[in-house]
Structure formats: C-alpha cells, structure tokens
Design a protein around this ligand. Structure first.
Ligand code: NAD
Length: 375
C-alpha cells in the first residue's frame, strides 16, 4: 500500500507526518511518497524524509501513487478534483466549514476521514487532533499575551518596589482553556475562569484557577462531553458577569466554543471599552466568529488601547512539535485501518472509524456531519 503526504497550503507551517512516523510505517511495509518540500516550514528537509525511507516526489506523483493521502487541512479544489474512487483522504478536514470540498470528494467517488470528528472517548484520546492542537493553542496564547502585555505576569518584590501579579480571565475551560490556566499560573498570574460545563470546576480549581459559576447553564449528557448552545437569557447574565471580571483583568483568553456552531459572544464592545489600557485579549475562537465582539479572524485590532488578537492558528506557529503531535495522532488512527501486514482494512463496526468517516466511496456516511450541516 502507498501513503502520500501533501505539502500544506500557503500559511500553514505544519506537515502531517515527520520522518519518525515514516520509519514506523515503513516497518509494516507501507511505501511513503512525500511531496517535495512538504516539511520545510516545520524544519524537516527532504533529505531527512529520504533517510527515513520515503520517496520524495512531485505533488502530481503523490496524488497518482497514494492509496491514502494524508494532510493537516483540507486541500485545494484542484487537488480534490484529481482524486480517484480508490483513494482515501485523511486529515483535519473541518467538513462542516468545507462542505463544498466534501461535495467534490463525493463527486469523485473518493473517501474522506476527518480526524476532527474523532469521538471524544478515552480509547480515541491518542488520535485526538483537536486536543493536541488545542494544547498548543492554549500554551501559545498565554505566551503571546505575556509578550504583548506592558506588565509582568508574576508578582515582583524588588528594591524598585512591588509589582502586583497580572490577572488573567479565561473564557472556556476545554483543552485549550485548561492548558492556558496551567501556563498562566506557572508564569505567576492570578487566574479566573468561566465555563458552562460544571464538570470542569474541579479541574480548574486543581490547576490553581478560580471558577466563576453562572447559574442556569444548559448541559446535555448526549452532546459527547461538548458544551451546548445556551439560551439568550443565560448568555446575557453571563456577559454581565464577564463584564465585571474583564474590567479588572489584564488579559482575557477566549476559548469558548460549541462544536459545529458559531462561538458565543461573551465580551461585548462596551466591556472592551471599560478594560484597562494596555490589556490584551487573545481570541482562540476567532475562526468560528470569536468570543469578543471586536475580534477579526487572523488580525490584531487595537481598540481604546486594548489589543485584541484574533488567532486560531497558533499550532502553525509551533510547527515542529505540532507536526509531531499531529503525526502521532495520525499514526494511531492509521493503526486502526491498516493491518499488521500493511493492507487497508476498514471496519465500520469500530466507533472511531465510523465516527471519523465522512464520505466512503462517494457516499456520505456520517449522520453527525449531516445533522450539523442541516441545522
Ligand atoms: P471546545 O473547544 O468545543 O470548547 C471550549 C470550551 O468552551 C468548553 O469547555 C466549553 O464547555 C466552553 N464553552 C462553550 N460555550 C461556553 C460559554 N457560553 N461560556 C463559557 N464557556 C463555554 O472544547 P474542547 O476543548 O474541544 O473539549 C470538548 C469536550 O471534550 C470537553 O468536555 C472535554 O473535556 C472533552 N474531551 C474529552 C476527551 C477524551 O475523553 N478523549 C479529550 C478531549 C476533550
């Protein structure tokens, strides 16, 4: 069997597997075709892949040779239009946003597995790209905030006087939010946290954060651990409390998201206008609309001396380790669909395989995908 690795589109520095993953796949007799310069922005040269046992070829050849085509993000239309009915595309395809691309894959009669649809179960943890990339985002968001803030994070007592510790407010305590709490605490900040899932309260506290509860949140056990959309009444109540705490904060890290939906607006323009001059908002939910009303995806906006950074692609800024983690997740997933002898063996009775498959030989297989795009 042949596996192909595509170079990502401009602006994405990660690569889907590293040479160490090539070695693992070669051991089970799989041939690897890597597009030339695929790893260059992640500091991996063609020579390193070659040494690990991969063939370095053109994009055309990768597409021609591959039974399984691996990628970080959904490839461009031209690439998809070259897929055959025998090929399987595997990556973080973000199918709800990329419906048009899923249609092309369907028309080609090809198959697509999206690792961002992996069920959030214990067995699937080792393949969970959302968690591994959110870990990086939470870490980098705090470091970015610290470097933009005109103040220290930790308390300082020196001959030049005492500096108070920074106050960090974190909206959303999922994987990114929890990582952000841990890093902000390590840097010495005081951390306050909002979430609608009461289950995270203990985790927040154990990391040294203060959990601020808003009563009346909707929770749904059937949502697979995810938050559900809240009523307008709840959001209003929450915004008022966020307003009161954001005014006192030096940094706000926004991570609140609802899978497959627009992110809730928790930080209104009026709140930003009452924040301290020099404070920093990092909005990790920017690609789904942002938690701050003033966020612009991919841009830094300065409003009333408050810096608002709308950034959902921090993992691309740490491409080596991000590729290593993504590659580990990918290899663990591939182990489910490749036999020890190196042959493709797709078992739809496996909940991870079934939950991740969006299209199989031109047919939409995923009920969750259909529900999300039809709502
Ligand atoms: P996410 O990115 O979908 O959302 C981030 C956080 O925002 C969540 O904690 C969510 O509750 C919160 N949020 C949503 N609306 C909000 C609002 N109005 N106000 C405040 N906070 C709000 O979350 P994620 O990091 O992808 O994690 C989703 C779920 O999956 C969590 O329950 C997490 O514990 C679980 N999970 C399970 C596993 C596993 O067992 N394999 C792995 C990772 C995550």
């Amino acid at each position: 069997m042949n596996i192909g690795v595509l170079k990502e589109q401009l602006g994405e520095n990660r690569v889907v597997i590293l040479p160490e993953h090539v070695i693992q796949l070669r051991k089970i007799g799989v041939n690897i075709y890597i597009e030339n310069q695929a790893g260059i922005n992640a500091y991996v040269s063609d020579a390193m892949y070659h040494e690990a046992g991969a063939n370095i070829v053109t994009r055309e050849e990768v597409i021609q040779q591959a039974d399984l085509l691996l990628c970080i993000a959904m490839p461009d239309h031209l690439t998809l239009q070259k897929l055959s009915s025998k090929q399987h595309l595997i990556g973080g395809l973000n199918p709800v946003i990329n419906k048009q691309e899923i249609n092309i894959i369907q028309q080609q009669g090809s198959s697509a597995f999206s690792l961002d649809f992996i069920p959030r179960t214990t067995r699937a943890q080792a393949m969970d790209i959302l968690s591994s990339m959110a870990t990086i985002a939470g870490y980098k968001a705090v470091l970015d905030a610290a470097s933009h803030l005109p103040r220290f994070f930790p308390m300082f007592m020196s001959a030049a006087g005492t500096i108070k510790p920074a106050k960090v407010l974190i909206l959303g305590a999922g994987v990114a939010g929890l990582q952000a709490i841990a890093v902000a605490r390590k840097l010495g900040a005081i951390v306050e946290v909002f979430d609608v899932r009461s289950a995270v309260k203990e985790e927040v506290k154990s990391l040294g954060g203060k959990f601020i509860e808003v009563e009346g949140a909707r929770e749904d056990a059937s949502a697979g651990g995810y938050a559900v959309e809240q009523t307008e009444e709840f959001i209003q109540k929450q915004r008022q409390l966020v307003h009161d705490h954001a005014r006192m904060a030096d940094v706000v890290i926004c991570t609140a998201q609802v899978f497959g939906k627009k992110a809730p607006i928790l930080l209104k323009k009026q709140t930003v206008e009452e924040m301290k001059p020099g404070s920093v908002v990092i909005d990790l939910a920017a690609s789904t609309g942002g938690n701050c009303e003033l966020t612009q995806n991919g841009k830094t906006v300065i409003h009333n001396q408050v810096t608002i950074i709308g950034k959902s692609d921090y993992p691309s800024d740490m491409p080596f380790d991000a590729s290593k983690m993504f590659g580990n997740n990918m290899i663990n997933f591939l182990k489910l669909i490749i036999s020890k002898e190196g042959c493709l063996s797709i078992d739809f009775n496996d909940d991870i395989v079934a939950g991740t498959c969006i299209v199989y030989q031109g047919e939409i297989k995923n009920q969750r995908y259909l529900q999300l795009i039809n709502n």
